[in-house]
Structure formats: structure tokens, C-alpha cells
Write a protein that binds this ligand. Sequence first.
Ligand code: A5A
Ligand code: ZN
Length: 462
Amino acid sequence: MKKTNFSNWFNDLLVDAQIMDVRYPIKGLYVWFPFGFKLRKLTYDVLRSLLDRDHEEAYFPLLIPENELLKESEHIKGFEEEVFWVTRGGFGELDIPLALRPTSEAAIYPIFSIWIRSHADLPLKIYQLVNAFRYETKHTRPLIRLREITSFAEAHTAHTSWEDAELQTAAAVELYKEFYDRLGIPYIVSRRPTWDKFPGADYTLAFDTLMPDGKSLQIGTIHHLGTNFAKTFDVTYEDRDGNQQFVNQTCYGISERCIAAVISVHGDDKGLILPPEISPVQVAIVPIYSKQADSEAILKACSEIQQELSHYRVVIDTDDIRPGAKFYKWEKQGVPIRLEIGPRDLSSGSVTLVRRDTREKESVKRTEMQGRLAQAMSNMLENIAERARAFQVSHMVDIEMPEQAKGKKGIFRISWCGSESCGRKIQELSDADVLGETDPIEGRCPVCSAPTTIRALLARPY
Ligand code: A5A
Ligand code: ZN
């Protein structure tokens, strides 16, 4: 059950709902089932459409030469333990070892250095949707902690000034908010503590969501890179006065953790509950007949309804199994609306409409079906988003002493002077991590008693 054993619930559901096959023989690598892959496509279509407003999609190679990856010293210090290396081609050793991208700064910025000549080339905003490899040593989990991240949407931007790059990080926050709002996933945005920012960044902003077991999941990050990478990779432009200047950069990324969040946050003990926009099947029509004599008329009605609903993704389930088994299957896969049509529905000119989120069942006249269905669809996202938000809010607790978070589930807010030593002490006493700085408030640091307006967000992250 989701409440009592979230981890088992999640693993079972991935297989039962045909999202991921976990039997691939390499640790941290998994297979997308066709159904899961459709869900992935529809989810990333949303993200793509948001990015496409003012970014251009590009593609950079998977392999990064060792000398490029090692150039940015902080960056490589942060990643070196996580890099997979290709060292051989056929029978021969390669002259230069090649890294599988753990992220693509070192692949992209040497080319930015060629592309960017003058201020007229800026801002430059690109993204790519690719796989990335990280030799994770923490416990790997499908969709959550992967060694092959299959769905890494990474954006990289370059600007004339630090302030413009800062504005871009704010724009990226808005973009990610819009994305997660469309999925009905609640989030908290915070500024990562200095000891936990992206290696090589000036600062990192992160989106976290609360998982059903009370742990937090980081579902997106936005980094202000300042001129750190520009200096390393010599990314310069000629300003209006003819002087060479370093660009200021940002990058931000989301992985298939967004899908882990949708599954975990919305799902229940019956299975997935999917926002209609990203559900591979939006309406499942189930014909119900016991006598063969009824079947022809009922199947005909099903086809007519499918025609009427052709602007949705509709299937008619004509498999030769009991209706109960069909209901079970479509509930498992989170299909927003089920329409049942039996002899009684047929003779009264109606259908039985069942909503996945509320599991409410109602008889609807065929003439009113379009309207009722559209209404249910549009209400569903709001309903599951609100439910998720209420759960998160009910697990957000303001505390004064770090010990109050110990052994408790949820996300905590606590005043903090902002220093690394007090931050680490708070982590130790609460047995939780400082996710970042959240909305300011007047208070005192529980460790050093200094007055402060800074507040830390504490949780146990995945
Ligand atoms: N170049 C920047 C965008 C970058 O790589 N940032 S990041 O390291 O923070 O990764 C971006 C997002 O990918 C993270 O916020 C997290 O949601 C996700 N992510 C990171 N490592 C992951 C892993 N091993 N498996 C799944 N998702 C991961
Ligand atoms: Zn302090």
C-alpha cells in the first residue's frame, strides 16, 4: 500500500502499470515499456512546448574528450566520481579517454566559444533532450536515481551581463513552475546552500516536491554559472565598444524524476492517476454484454462514441476478458475517464461515466456526454493538484529547534544564520538535509543565536 510501504508500492506499480521493466542486467539502467514511453513523450511534449517559446533545440555529442571535461576544476571535482569512461575502440586504447556526458557543459561550451562572436549573438538559449550517464553510488532506483538518465532536458544560455543571466534564472523558475502546474505537482523553490550547489555555479535554485513517504525529491535545478565556465572555455563576445567580454551563463535541467513525481504524488492503491493532458489513454470505453444478441448494438454504440470523442485519445476495450478485469487494468494505468456501455445504458440512450480521480460513477445522457466529459477532464487536474497541495502543506512544519525534525516525516522550516558551520550543525541535530534557503522571516539561528532573516528548508531527500 502507498501509505504503509511506499517503496514497494512504487516498484510494483512501475511494472503493473507497464511503465518500466526493471530486469535489464546493468545496475541503474531500466527499460521503458511502450506505455511508459508514451507517458514520457506526452510529458516531455509539455516541457518542449514551454522551452520552444524562446529556446532552440540542438544536439551535442554523448562523448566528451577527457581534456575538455577536466578543464573546469570545480566542475570536475564535483563529477569525477560519477563519470563513466570509454577508453578503448575495438582492440586499441584510445589516445584520449572519452567520458559519457554526466551533463553537457564540457561538450557544449567549447562550441559556444566558436558560435558566439559579438553582443548581437546574445542572448543565446538552447536546450537538448538527451540521455546522460552518472555512476551513482547511492542506492539506484528506477526514474529517481539512474546511472543512465534517459530523459535529461538540459537548457544552456549565454548573456552579456550577470544581471541578464540572473533574469534568465528567474524566467527558468517561471517555466518550471508552469511545467509542474500542468502536471499538478506541488513544489518548493529554494536556493541551495553553498556546499551543495552545482559544481562550478555561482548559485543553484532547486525545485523539490514531497514524496508520499515524507522524503523530498529534487525535481529540477537552475544554475547561475556567472563567468566561471566562460573563463574556462573562453566564451567571449565583442561588446558595443569593441572590447572582448566573457559571457554570463545559466543552465537548468529536468530528468524523468518529473514522471516519478507524477506517479508517486497522484497515484493510489488502485494504480496511477494521470493528469488528462499526459495520459496515453484519456478515455477507455468498455462494452458490457452477457448475451451475444446485445453485442452488435453495443459495439456499434462504442464506435459511434469513439468517433464523437475523436479529439481525445480513446480506446475501445474489446479484449475477451471480464469487464471487472478491464476496469482493473485501466485504473492501474491511470486512465482519466472510463465509459461503460451495457444493455441498460443502450436502451436509455446513456453511458456510465467513471472518473479515475474520484472514482465517481454517473449515468450520463448520450446527448450530454461531450459536455460532461470535457468538464470532468478539466476539473480533474485541479482536483488532483489540490489534493497533492493539501498533502504537502500538511507536512510543512515550522520549527525552532533542529531536534524537532528528528525522526519526523515532511519538510521543515527553521531560522538559520546562513553560515556553513551552523547549517551543518542543524543537519546533524535534525538528521535531515538543508535543501536550501526559502522565504525570509525574522528569527534567530538555533545554533549561534545570531538574529537573521534567513530560513532553511530541511528534509530527507531521495
Ligand atoms: N547541467 C545542469 C542542468 C545539471 O546537470 N544539473 S543537475 O546535476 O542538478 O541535474 C539536473 C536534474 O536532474 C536534478 O535536479 C535532478 O532532478 C535530476 N537528476 C540528477 N541526477 C539524477 C539521476 N542520477 N537520476 C535521475 N535524475 C537525476
Ligand atoms: Zn548560526
